[in-house]
Write a protein that binds this ligand. Structure first.
Ligand code: NAG
Ligand code: NAG
Ligand code: NAG
Ligand code: NAG
Ligand code: NAG
Ligand code: NAG
Ligand code: NAG
Ligand code: NAG
Ligand code: NAG
Ligand code: NAG
Ligand code: NAG
Ligand code: NAG
Length: 769
């Protein structure tokens, strides 16, 4: 009995200690102490304020610290990741670090010291001291001020797999930085933007595991002895962006030297030579060549055919001019992505393009191509085609595309839409997700019908068809057939008739733009229940009539609403203006009425409010700004051309970021309040055609004001120093008031002023030039 009691004690004791061990997520004591030794060097912004024995002894929960929760022994240590990036600050002045401070972290796997202005290590405490950290695989030293001698000793860190040295001041010849050649486990080496002037892959001879090398942004004057080496044979990705300056990109040499490279990035390069396949001694495995934002010769396309494995070729914004060659590049049967956008290419598409049978993505937008699209008709792998801003002829039948079963995205804005003589329409094999067909040029004077292929689409997410003068009734079926539609933009066409929505709700539609059409009748009252997550609704410039549907008041996601330039009537519900999801509300130029002032005072999130050109009435009250939460978010207010009256309220001066204020053509009276002098961001002020009197406050000098319209009031007194400092003033219209005194000289010093009206006052003197 006695013995079993002891056994129980022992078992419970063991269990407790096991429990204690497993409960302690906590760091090891000596690691905690070591962190506290590091803290003063890296706590410039007090970001490490929680590194404190008192506030939390479990250092594994401190900022930038990560521990290995599965480690149970104390031999390796618990701390595996230390992120001290940006804790000292960039541009804070160079300083030198003591590498021995990291010794205690025996299990450290990843150390991030980027953005800390570190210039080097203390004498005898150099980077080689880190070689004791056997598990260190990732070292991020980017964006400091390290010199080349740091790299020189780097060879000691033999466990490293990733070294980021981006944005430092290495300077000199990488060939001599032998230290790196010792890092035989290295997989990723980033030396971009480090002032390297000369490079030889001999220097990386031993790096037989290196997969990625980034030398971008160095002005490398000479690439010495490109020879295939043990090391270069493992490379898969090489970035040489913005490296070459002398116009001789050794593309073929590079491809030979890095014989297993799959991605070769040469963006921002300059090449002024013809490239031919002559001289290419080994077949290359390059699958991706990125030449964007370079200055190239179009005949690079003839030579590029030697890269038979190529899958991606990107030549966007590369200064290509002239026609595409009809040979050379067309044998790239593996090419999947071709980007020729933003060049000055012209002429017809060459027929050999039809050989690029693997193409999935084709971007030729923003060039000067003409003619038809026949070479594309059999490229059945195509998923995305971007041809916007060219002079292509797109037949209304969409025949060049109908045979492409995988096509999902089609972007063909700003081309020519043409009617064919034989108007046979075939059912397209594709189901598009996105189409953009805007601002087409048509030879038809009259409006076109929508291309018929639309009737067969039921998977569309984004439809943008603006500015085409399409006519006919509103294509309500497009909403009914495409239940996943997210964006429908039909602005600037001639669709007519009534809007009506089936009651089946669409939860995805977030943007509907029907503005500038010929729609009429009421705005359907089920618009909110049909599209409950609308974020932007634009129905301006149509002929809608009747009331604004009250349900819009409660739309929780709606932030842009534009119903301007219709024939809407009735009172505007207060709740609409107060809807806190709105940031832009435009109801201008309708026949709306009611007193909107109380609602404006409570519009706390609204940025832009346009209610001009209606029959709104009411008096703007003065409220006590110390207790009242007035609409401080407003940046633009237009209430002009209404029937508002009373004095201009002083609280307008407290709208700190107001940029545009238009209150013209109402019945406001009294003075311009002194508080307007606080409107420091004001750019546009229009108070014309009211009944304002008194003088313009001489403190009124908004530094960025451009347009001031005060004509047709009863403002009096001399033009003292108001606007005297407003050097950005373009328009100053003070005509038709009762101003007196002499025209001040400073008006002649307003250098941007181009419109000045002072007539119909009692001013004396000449306008100074
Ligand atoms: C965490 O510790 C375990 C056990 O010691 C070890 O196997 C594992 O590699 C460590 N993890 C890291 C990321 O160091
Ligand atoms: C350090 O880098 C990590 C990873 O990018 C980031 O999550 C963290 O916010 C950075 N720390 C500081 C202080 O900026
Ligand atoms: C190091 O920190 C920088 C800056 O926050 C971050 O961009 C980078 O990704 C981090 N490096 C690693 C290896 O996490
Ligand atoms: C560097 O840090 C180690 C470990 O904390 C310390 O023993 C040594 O004195 C420090 N050296 C210098 C020059 O500060
Ligand atoms: C290279 O690594 C070996 C051990 O792997 C070491 O003895 C030698 O000092 C290192 N060389 C340099 C230049 O760091
Ligand atoms: C390091 O840079 C200096 C110039 O700052 C240069 O004189 C020196 O040769 C470079 N050292 C190496 C090893 O490239
Ligand atoms: C690295 O390469 C050099 C020749 O560039 C050679 O002398 C040296 O022994 C190699 N070192 C290792 C660790 O492989
Ligand atoms: C390309 O080189 C030729 C002479 O080889 C020269 O005439 C031409 O101006 C160069 N083109 C550019 C864009 O530098
Ligand atoms: C296109 O492929 C055909 C064979 O399918 C071939 O005869 C023709 O030469 C190729 N054209 C080009 C320009 O590569
Ligand atoms: C497309 O393929 C069809 C059938 O294989 C062929 O008749 C037609 O000529 C091809 N069109 C083009 C432009 O290559
Ligand atoms: C799309 O709508 C039209 C017109 O209502 C209809 O004829 C057609 O069958 C619909 N298409 C699909 C795929 O539902
Ligand atoms: C213009 O101002 C003068 C006094 O400066 C005043 O007598 C006159 O009534 C004012 N005219 C109008 C139309 O307000």
């Amino acid at each position: 009995m006695m013995e079993s009691k002891w056994v129980w004690f022992i078992i419970i004791g063991v269990m407790l200690s096991v429990l204690e061990d497993s409960l302690t997520d906590a760091c090891l004591k000596h690691e905690r102490v070591a962190l506290l030794h590091l803290k003063p060097f890296f706590n410039h912004f007090n970001y490490l304020y929680k590194w404190d024995e008192e506030k939390g002894w479990d250092c594994c929960r401190w900022e930038g610290v990560e521990c290995n929760t599965t480690t149970t022994t104390t031999t390796t240590g618990r701390l595996i990741r230390l992120s001290l990036n940006s804790t000292r600050g960039y541009n804070m002045g160079d300083w030198y670090l003591n590498a021995s401070l990291f010794h205690p972290f025996k299990g450290l796997n990843s150390l991030n010291l980027s953005y800390n202005s570190i210039a080097g290590f203390l004498e005898n405490q150099g980077i080689e001291k880190l070689s004791r950290l056997d598990n260190l695989e990732t070292l991020d030293l980017s964006y400091n001020s390290w010199r080349n001698n740091t790299l020189f000793h780097m060879g000691a860190l033999s466990s490293l797999k990733t070294l980021n040295f981006r944005g430092n001041l290495v300077e000199g010849n990488l060939l001599h930085i032998q230290g790196l050649n010792n890092l035989t486990n290295l997989k990723h080496l980033d030396l971009s933007g480090s002032g390297i002037e000369s490079f030889s892959n001999q220097g990386l001879n031993n790096l037989t595991n290196l997969k990625l090398l980034d030398l971008s942004g160095n002005q490398i004057e000479s690439f010495q002895s490109f020879k295939e080496t043990k090391g270069s044979r493992s490379l898969k990705v090489v970035y040489l962006d913005y490296v070459f300056t002398d116009g001789s990109i050794p593309l073929l040499n590079l491809a030979e030297a890095f014989s297993s490279v799959k991605t070769l990035s040469l963006q921002g390069s300059y090449l002024n030579q013809t490239m031919t396949s002559e001289g290419l001694k080994v077949s290359t495995n390059v699958e991706e060549i990125l030449f964007d934002a370079s200055i190239l010769n179009t005949n690079i396309l003839q030579g590029i055919g030697v890269f038979t494995c190529l899958k991606t070729l990107s030549l966007s914004g590369s200064g290509l001019i002239g026609s595409l060659p009809n040979q050379g590049w067309c044998n790239l049967r593996n090419l999947q992505v071709l980007d020729l956008s933003a060049n000055a290419l012209e002429g017809m598409l060459p027929s050999c393009l039809a050989n690029l049978t693997s193409l999935r993505v084709l971007d030729m937008s923003d060039n000067h191509f003409i003619g038809g699209l026949n070479p594309l008709t059999n490229l059945t792998s195509l998923r995305s085609i971007y041809l916007s801003t060219n002079h292509f002829q797109i037949p209304m039948s969409f025949a060049p595309f109908t045979n492409l079963p995988n096509l999902k995205a089609l972007s063909i804005d700003e081309n020519r839409l043409v009617m064919e003589t034989s108007s046979h329409t075939s059912v397209p094999k594709f189901q598009l997700k996105a189409i953009s067909l805007s601002k087409s040029i048509t030879s038809q004077g009259l409006g076109l019908q929508l291309p018929t292929f639309f009737h067969y689409q039921y998977d569309l997410r984004s439809v943008v068809l603006s500015g085409n003068n399409f006519s006919g009734t509103f294509p309500v079926w497009s909403l009914e057939n495409n239940t996943k539609l997210q964006e429908l933009v039909l602005k600037g066409n001639s669709f007519r008739g009534h809007l009506s929505f089936s009651s089946a709700p669409n939860f995805d539609l977030s943007l509907m733009d029907m503005s500038d059409n010929k729609l009429q009748g009421q705005i359907p009252s089920n618009i909110c229940s049909t599209f409950p997550h609308l974020r932007m609704l634009f129905l301006s410039k149509n002929a809608f009539e009747g009331n604004i549907p009250p349900c819009l008041n409660g739309m929780k996601d709606l932030s842009f609403l534009d119903l301007s330039n219709n024939h809407l009537s009735g009172r505007v519900p207060q709740e609409l203006i107060m809807n806190s999801s709105f940031s832009i509300l435009r109801l201008s130029n309708n026949n709306l009425c009611g007193n909107v002032v109380p609602a404006i005072l409570k519009a706390n999130k609204l940025r832009n409010l346009y209610l001009d050109g209606n029959n709104f009435s009411g008096e703007m009250p003065n409220v006590d700004v110390s207790t009242f939460r007035f609409p401080t978010s407003l940046q633009e207010i237009d209430l002009s051309n209404n029937k508002l009256y009373g004095k201009l309220p002083r609280w307008i001066g407290n709208i700190s970021y107001l940029e545009r204020l238009a209150l013209s053509n109402n019945n406001f009276e009294g003075c311009i309040p002194m508080e307007f002098c606080n409107l420091n961001t004001l750019e546009f002020l229009q108070l014309s055609q009211n009944n304002l009197s008194g003088s313009i406050p001489s403190c009124f000098n908004p530094p960025n004001i451009e347009h001031v319209h005060l004509h047709g009031n009863r403002l009096s007194g001399p033009l003292s120093f108001a606007l005297y400092n407003s050097s950005s003033l373009v328009t100053l219209d003070l005509g038709g008031n009762n101003l007196t005194g002499t025209i001040p000289k400073w008006i002649g010093t307003l250098s941007s002023l181009s419109v000045l009206f002072l007539r119909a006052n009692h001013l004396q003197g000449r306008i100074p030039i």
